[in-house]
Design a protein around this ligand. Sequence first.
Ligand SMILES: [Zn+2]
Length: 249
Amino acid sequence: MLGNSYADCHLHLPPAVSAPDFASVLEKAEIGMAFVNAAEKNGWQNVLDAAAQTRAIVPFAGIHPWQLAEHGADDLNDLEALLKENKNLHIGETGLDRAIETPLALQEEFFVRHVELAIKYKRILCVHNVRAYDRIAKILKRAGPLPAGFVLHGFSGPAEAFGEMSGLNGYFSFGARVREKKNAKIRELVAGAPRERILAETDYPCAKNPEPLPPIAAITDALGKILDLNCARTLVYENAGRLVENYGR
Ligand SMILES: [Zn+2]
């Protein structure tokens, strides 16, 4: 059954949805593996609770660059304590965003700490990037290969990331934009991606994607059409599974 499931490699737990309800949302959408990210401290425990309901959930906890105003450096000590207590917990969402007013230097302080934790505790890291690939690449190159790998979520380039980030154990997660038939840039990008590092995601329940069930099937099928694959679902599931297995779930 699992082999026929979808992997959704980046989504969130809506605050209004209970953990058991969320488990059934995933089941209805045939999602056998879901990388569920908590973007702020008050969501960390919810994600762990949801993961206790179903093995389909791979839990992630972090501090999103959009949430920095509500957090201080101390909160990263609490994140570290949580990682020590929960061996199944990964790190995210974190990253850099040039489209917001929060100073990039502050964002970098937090991002670097998340990267250090991913190395120290050998957990997968989920990275948010808006127009900041140059800085993210610099930090990740300096850190060296991440032992448990990382996901560049909502990946939209640049293409040189394929070579640079694969070597550091990075994966590329494509979202709803692959469904834009007229978007030649994203099609070209997907076509050039290393197949063994391609992931798919809904980023559910973000504003651009408010459908009640995560349309991971549509996103995965669109990827398959671009890649000329019968079963992109299997490709994505195997890639996500390799990432999680390497960590030793
Ligand atoms: Zn997200």
